[in-house]
Design a protein around this ligand. Structure first.
Ligand code: ATP
Ligand code: SF4
Ligand code: MG
Length: 336
């Protein structure tokens, strides 16, 4: 089999724009100029409220959506405007795991055939294939003897998501794009699926773009985090930094929504007013200002740009750290 060249930078996205035309002739700017990169064996989490553009980024990276502008270098090659024909050999290098595990598996196929399908489609089904399929199931914690001849309906949601992960990994992809892989699952099995992904991340050196609306979920999975608001990144940085001392008021608010145990038994909550505006209604200045608890006049006049505030940590805010979200340091706004 041809060996793929090794790239330390698996994905490099620059100034990505994704737009949709509505039935009324308006343009939805779902992704409005985001740039990021992911290195081999690294996981970048994309977080933000519903409708902020997370899936649009993922769909553009997978080239399920053609970007309106920008470049997407996957393993060194720009696929942003590549033809479907030239994309075909690249597609197996980048696999996606969707939110609804049951819907993403063909209900009429046995697990054996579901896992064989990607190998067959790519001309890789050979004498070793049955052993690869069994090994892929074992990797996600499923017993091949039990699972191979069963149909998706015979498994729980968490088990179906494990089968989806096994199917994605069977082609030995360069990168996994996970779009809310646990949000459709019961809380009790969510941790199990996250554990499977984490174990595989360590053992296989997986490279992942991991999408979630929930900062609590990304805490254990991500190396770096990008927080998205209305089609733009408002804060990016190492997970440990951003989740412990966020600089952007929006990140601080998302973080404060996670139940926390504080030394004095209190829990701090930053209540966001209203909802994220429509991507068709851009306002002047900072897009977050109508909901920002610390907005000042300058925020209405000048749109903040993403800027480094320390190595590897970027923030789009005129007044970073105006909210200290560390519950052990903050006493005002504290609720019993
Ligand atoms: N096919 C489409 N046609 C028109 N607008 C769309 C389309 N897909 C997405 N949008 C709009 O683009 C914006 C971004 O949507 P997207 O699905 O990327 O957000 P998201 O962050 O993934 O949200 P969620 O957390 O709900 O999955 C939203 O305003 C959404 O309504
Ligand atoms: S720029 Fe102003 S409105 Fe925007 S997040 Fe920062 S403080 Fe809030
Ligand atoms: Mg989505």
């Amino acid at each position: 089999m041809k060996t793929m060249p090794s790239f330390s930078r698996v994905l490099q996205v620059s100034n990505l724009h994704v737009e949709y035309a509505t039935a009324s002739g308006q343009t939805v700017r779902a992704v409005d100029g985001v740039s990021f990169s992911i290195d081999r064996a690294e996981t970048l989490a994309l977080v933000g409220e519903s409708g902020c553009g997370k899936s649009s980024v993922a769909r553009a990276v997978m080239r399920l959506e053609r970007p309106a502008a920008g470049t997407i270098h996957l393993e060194g090659e720009d696929i942003a405007t590549a033809s479907e024909r030239s994309l075909k050999p690249k597609r197996r290098r980048f696999q996606m795991i969707f939110q609804d595990p049951v819907a993403s598996l063909n209900p009429r196929r046995r697990v054996r055939d579901i896992l064989a399908a990607p190998l067959r489609v790519n001309g890789l089904y050979d004498a070793d294939a049955p052993a690869r399929i069994a090994a892929a199931l074992e990797q996600v914690g499923l017993d091949p003897a039990y699972a191979l001849d069963r149909y998706p309906r015979e498994f729980s949601g968490g088990q179906c998501q494990r089968i989806s992960i096994a199917r994605a990994l069977i082609l030995d992809p360069g990168m996994l794009v996970c779009d809310e892989p646990t949000s459709a699952l019961d809380v009790s099995v969510r941790a199990q699926v996250l554990n499977v992904l984490n174990t595989l991340r360590a053992s296989l050196g997986l490279t992942m773009l991991f999408i979630s609306h929930d900062l609590a979920v990304v805490r254990n999975v991500a190396d770096r985090v990008a927080v998205m608001y209305l089609g733009k990144f408002c804060e990016t940085g190492p997970a440990g930094v951003l989740l412990n001392a966020p600089a952007h008021p929006y990140t601080a608010a998302l973080l404060s929504a996670i139940p926390q145990v504080t030394p004095d038994g209190s829990a701090r909550r930053i209540h966001l007013q209203g909802e994220m505006p429509s991507p068709m209604q851009h306002q002047s200045g900072c897009q977050f200002r109508s909901r920002c608890p610390v907005a000042r006049p300058r925020c209405a006049e000048v749109a903040p740009q993403l800027q480094p505030i320390e190595p590897g940590h970027e923030v789009a805010c005129h007044f970073p750290y105006a909210i200290d979200a560390n519950p052990s340091r903050i006493k005002e706004e504290t609720q019993a």
